[in-house]
Design a protein around this ligand. Structure first.
Ligand code: HEC
Ligand code: HEC
Length: 290
């Protein structure tokens, strides 16, 4: 009871601290607003709802900051400074990537997108929104990868620290992750990870067989990225309260559950990247799906 009350109070304070937002004038402002709307309602917006399988919105992973705008968090997932990092070298594709291409990548891999949104009204609008959020920050090409300079150092430092811990993981870490999930996350995300109207899904399918969350190809399914993101953003409104071990155990548990895969990576690969056998970690065989 106390816990719920604390969370409600925090939500209230957070909403009150947001202030009126001024958009650029004319068509540009309309485009930015459209982009914001799609980023906030990706799985239901008329321009994108038929193009994504998951029940996710971009804003679920690129959280609001103090000004109330999506993607202005100071933590991992911020869009502040992102536009200034593009065009960026992508080690995944071994070429220079534009911001719209980066967005398209997240659209496909994070949201189980069915089709590219490159140069569509939605792709252009989301690119305009993210550029607007980056306004006033410096142009800074990033040799470490396609991302905002604001968060590069946090990513790099934490991933370096987390990697050796992940490599040593066993079934005990998985069980610990399950216990933590039930204690700290399931109240909002559901014991089955399926989420609800207020909270996005973390894994699994709905009754119609539709995959609910991010794919095994998305950044969030990589054990190190996911642990960094979780520590930096969850539990909601309690950023940076989980220990390294807790964030890693949660990442192991969540990313060992069933999710869509696009054919390039799989849940099994994501564990193999750290020298881990998914079936040993889970304690029983995972049925991998396409
Ligand atoms: C108070 C409710 C609440 C709690 C507790 C909570 N979450 Fe979340 N979580 C959310 C909401 C809401 C979002 C989406 C944020 C948004 O859209 O602004 C989210 C987003 C996420 C996402 C990214 C989106 C997705 O569905 O993949 C992950 C991963 C996640 N949470 C993991 C966790 C983990 C792990 C814990 C436990 C340590 C946790 N959450 C605890 C409410 C909660
Ligand atoms: C399930 C979580 C998730 C969802 C949903 C998601 N993203 Fe991402 N996104 C991430 C993660 C994690 C990264 C960082 C990946 C990395 O740098 O390795 C990222 C990176 C990005 C980047 C690069 C920015 C930077 O500075 O790192 C952009 C741009 C982006 N996402 C846009 C979007 C858009 C637009 C959508 C909706 C169409 C979206 N994302 C949906 C998790 C998500």
């Amino acid at each position: 009871m106390h816990y719920i009350f604390k969370v409600l109070l925090l939500v209230l304070l957070f909403e009150v601290s947001s202030y009126a937002i001024e958009y650029p004038p004319g068509v540009l402002g309309k485009t930015v607003k459209l982009g914001e709307d799609i980023i906030n309602n990706t799985d239901t917006h008329p321009l994108t709802k038929d193009l994504v399988q998951s029940k996710l919105q971009c804003r679920n992973c690129h959280l609001k900051g103090k000004d109330g705008r999506t993607g202005t968090t100071q933590n991992i997932g911020t869009f502040i400074g992102t536009a200034g990092a593009f065009p960026a070298y992508s080690s995944r594709y071994k070429r220079v990537q534009t911001l719209q291409e980066r967005i398209d990548g997240c659209f496909i891999r994070c949201m189980a997108g069915k089709k590219s949104i490159l140069n569509t009204k939605a792709g252009i609008a989301m690119t305009s929104y993210i550029t607007w959020v980056s306004e006033g920050t410096k142009v800074k090409m990033n040799p470490k990868g396609p991302r905002s300079f604001m968060i590069t150092k946090i990513w790099e430092d934490k991933k370096k620290r987390f990697k050796p811990i992940i490599r040593r993981a066993t079934h005990a870490n998985y069980l610990e992750g399950e216990k933590l999930f039930k204690a700290k996350c399931a109240a909002c995300h559901g014991v089955n990870g399926a989420g609800n109207k207020m909270t996005p899904p973390l894994w699994g399918k709905d009754a119609d067989g539709r995959w609910l969350s991010y794919t095994a190809d998305g950044s969030m399914s990589k054990l190190d990225n996911s642990a960094v993101w979780i520590q930096s953003n969850m539990p909601l409104h309690q950023a940076n309260t989980l220990s390294d071990k807790e964030a890693i155990d949660l990442s192991l548990y969540i990313n060992a559950q069933e999710r869509a895969n696009l054919g390039t990576y799989s849940i099994k690969n994501n564990f193999e990247q750290f020298g881990l056998d998914i079936n040993k970690i889970r304690g029983y065989k995972l049925k991998e799906n396409k």
